[in-house]
Ligand binder design. Structure first.
Ligand SMILES: C[S@@+](CC[C@H](N)C(=O)[O-])C[C@H]1O[C@@H](n2cnc3c(N)ncnc32)[C@H](O)[C@@H]1O
Length: 276
């Protein structure tokens, strides 16, 4: 599987809406100019994605294996047979663009210790581990016991796996134990169940899990549109966004990459000093 086959546009509800508009225009006999204009808009989205993909560095060989093995695995049956709690799907993988972004962030941060919450088949974990120094450490946490062996054997294909530790269980428990042991992380990537994020933020920012000058990255910050689409009831994505918005101690950047990546840092680490 090539890097571009793990496509990204399905994450954008505006693109889905454009596809619907095209079908509607065709079915209702709209003017050829209208149809052409919608087709051009969709082509531009596609071209932008291909361009982004072609300019971005490609992944190392082991990621092709992670992509291929993840796509050919029968996750549906595993779930139906009760072997996984979550209905895991290949589209959950971060993929090359986001993987390279994460790798850059680890490198820019000069991180030595990274925490990856939501391992799945290890794409984000390995992307970040590849940027760590030889004495660096990445802990990846997931609640699915099934993944310990499956992902463990995929990751061991890379020499960088020597820096990776897999922890199966509750991320909050892992985080609290780490705080108790005086362990901190320079970079924390959250890519799991959002209903726990407010609890994670408390441990990360208030209980001291995040190292001084550390960075938190929150994946799926758009939640396929449910973060910004008006809705009668506040969902977990909006609850996380409201809490983040209200927190004046944080510097925040919403990066519209794939399904949205929110960068959180302590404001005191970001705001520069005025020369005397
Ligand atoms: C979106 S996938 C992570 C994708 C991964 N970062 C990658 O790059 O392939 C979410 C993962 O989080 C795990 N998960 C969901 N809820 C969780 C929770 N409450 N605690 C720990 N892991 C959880 C799922 O088992 C799944 O593997």
């Amino acid at each position: 599987m090539s890097k571009s086959e793990h496509i990204l546009s399905h994450y954008n509800p505006a693109v889905m809406e454009m596809h619907r508009a095209l079908k509607l225009a065709q079915d209702t006999g709209a003017s050829p100019d209208v149809i052409k204009s919608i087709e051009t808009a969709l082509e531009l989205v596609d071209l932008r994605e291909k361009y982004t993909d072609s300019v971005t560095s490609g992944e190392t060989e082991v990621f092709h294996k992670i992509l291929t093995e993840t796509y050919k695995h029968d996750w549906q049956s595993l779930h139906s047979d009760g072997k996984t709690k979550w209905n895991l799907r290949p589209k959950m993988m971060t993929g090359n663009l986001e993987g390279q972004f994460l790798k850059s962030m680890v490198s820019i941060q000069n991180a030595k210790r990274v925490l990856d919450i939501g391992m799945f088949t290890g794409y984000s974990a390995l992307s970040m581990a590849e940027a760590l120094p030889a004495d660096g450490e990445l802990v990846t946490v997931d609640l699915e016991e099934y993944l310990e062996t499956f992902t463990g054997s995929l990751l061991r294909e890379s020499p960088h796996s020597k820096k990776i530790q897999i922890s199966i269980g509750s991320p909050s428990d892992y985080m609290r134990e780490a705080v108790k042991a005086g362990k901190t992380f320079d970079l924390i990537f959250l890519d799991a169940d959002k209903s726990y994020y407010l609890e994670f933020f408390k441990i990360i920012f208030e209980e001291g899990l995040l190292a001084p000058r550390g960075t938190v990255l929150v994946d799926n910050a758009f939640a396929h549109g449910s973060g910004y689409k008006p809705s009668a009831e506040e969902n977990s994505t909006q609850r996380v966004a409201s809490a983040v918005e209200a927190d004046q101690s944080l510097h925040k950047v919403m990066v519209p990459l794939r399904d949205g990546v929110l960068i959180l840092r302590r404001k005191t680490d970001v705001v520069g000093e005025v020369p005397q």
